[in-house]
Design a protein around this ligand. Structure first.
Ligand SMILES: Cc1ncc(COP(=O)(O)O)c(C=O)c1O
Length: 450
């Protein structure tokens, strides 16, 4: 069922077919997810409903950001009141939500990450972290980043991310050394390696890359603790400890991009808590705002901060988002959502592992928490990526009421993602698993449709 509309909102939530068509003609695109098959009417919990009243269980949490679910009542109520008090406030002014959120994040963050700067999107926060690293390693402007890493789509963040297809933007990208990381299902140094051998080979390669760098001193290593957009790649915890040690040995700043992993997605508040490693700079976004745009850079007490004007944006201090973030953190704590994420994650993963015994297309099942990936392969021995099959599962899943994620985007990947809001119910999880089982059974029996 669609949701009723108040007179204030009705003019902006109803449109004729002609108005919709004109809007589509005027929109330029450039996003990553392709054309969705429906128009959103409303959402609640893990479900989104379209304007025809059809329901979909959303295993993408939109952009992996709605950890607490659609339209969480606590967040909605707090923001609704906030927007009647004030909305846009310049960065130089103080507001109580800004100070409360800074205090709260400093208390939640691991180790000595006790200072916070706010921005609105993940990409601009990552660029801020890169600037901070350069401030603290004066004269160093080269960055180390990992193969398949993803940090955003501004020029600076594209430079440290996996290459965009048809990338014509290279001349605006700064110096970056990319090093292989332990994608243990397909170790870059050879398939026969154990996880620990793969870790060691990657660490030693990185050490040599640092020793032989010729583009000038390296400011920082920037990495995701779990690579989301680049293929849902989980690293052994020994890799995290060894990379921390390597940064310390060479005096490099370690930047962890926790934009996807932060705020419970892996069954811990931060991946740093899960792996027991504290970076020097940590960047958060997505799930922090409970559906509102906000990101933050958390910095170690040992580093110097920004100088005035280093990183300033019109809307970087946006109180409605700050109130949303405070309400989101409250919801996570009061409703035990991290524990819920862990429990539902274990439920999904163990069911998927038993499905793997029946479905030859499932090459690998990865977690933890609700950061779940299925790597589809045409053959378990050769591990030939089943890209078209993965794209079909995502496309067909949508028609059957489940929104699966796909990695990489633009049909470049063979990984199906299951990353729903943590509030997903067991009945909804069972429905997701049933649809997936049905789709894989059809694919294995009949192959891809022409
Ligand atoms: C790990 C990671 N870093 C950075 C970003 C960029 O964030 P934004 O799209 O908010 O700029 C993303 C977005 O998907 C991400 O997953």
């Amino acid at each position: 069922m669609t949701a009723p509309l108040s007179p204030a909102l009705a003019p902006y939530q109803t449109a004729t077919a002609e108005e919709l068509a004109a809007g589509r003609r005027a929109l330029m695109g450039g996003g990553v997810a392709g054309q969705a098959a429906f128009i959103v009417d409303h959402g609640a919990g893990a479900v989104v409903v379209d304007t025809e009243g059809r329901e979909y269980i959303d295993c993408t949490s939109q952009a992996w950001s709605l950890g607490i679910g659609y339209a969480h009542p606590k967040v909605a109520a707090a923001v609704a009141e906030q927007v009647h008090r004030y909305t846009h406030i310049r960065t130089g002014f103080e507001t109580i939500p800004k100070l409360l959120l800074a205090r709260r994040l400093a208390a939640l963050a691991p180790g000595d990450l006790n200072r916070v700067a706010f921005t609105l999107s993940g990409s601009d926060a990552i660029e801020g972290a890169m600037k901070l690293a350069m401030r603290n390693r004066s004269g160093a402007s080269t960055f180390l980043s990992l193969w398949e890493g993803y940090h955003g789509r501004t020029f600076g963040t594209m430079a440290v991310s996996w290459p965009h297809p048809d990338n014509i933007f290279g001349r605006w990208m700064g110096p970056v050394l990319r090093v292989p990381a332990p994608y243990t299902y397909r170790c870059p140094f050879g398939d026969g390696m154990t996880s620990e051998e793969c870790v060691e080979a990657c660490v030693q390669f990185t050490r040599q890359a640092i020793l032989h760098a010729v583009d000038g001193p390296i400011a920082a290593l920037i990495m995701e603790p779990f690579q989301g957009n680049g293929g849902m790649i989980e690293f052994p915890s020994s890799y995290h400890r060894k990379m921390r040690d390597l940064c310390d040995e060479f005096g490099l700043i370690l930047i962890w991009d926790e934009i996807q992993t932060g705020f419970g997605r892996m069954g811990a508040m931060f991946a740093a808590d899960l792996y027991g490693v504290v970076p020097d700079i940590m960047v958060i976004g997505k799930g922090l705002g409970g559906g509102f745009p906000i990101s933050a850079i958390l910095v170690s007490d040992r580093l110097t901060g920004f100088r005035p004007g280093d990183h300033s944006f019109t809307h970087a201090h946006f109180p409605p988002s700050m109130v949303a973030a405070l309400a989101t953190i409250d919801a996570i704590e009061e409703e035990g959502l991290i524990e819920k994420c862990r429990t539902m994650g274990d439920y999904f993963t163990s069911r998927l592992r038993s499905m793997q015994e029946r479905h030859r297309l499932i090459g690998d099942v990865r977690g933890p928490g609700l950061m779940i990936a299925l790597e589809l392969v045409r053959d378990r021995i050769s591990k030939e990526p089943a890209r078209r099959e993965a794209a079909w599962v995502v496309h067909e899943g949508m028609r059957r009421g489940v929104i699966f994620g796909e990695s990489k985007y633009l049909g470049l990947g063979n990984v199906v993602k299951i990353k729903p809001p943590f509030v997903i119910t067991t009945a909804q999880a069972d429905r997701v698993l049933a649809v997936l089982d049905e789709l894989l059974t059809e694919l294995e029996a009949h192959g891809l449709p022409d």
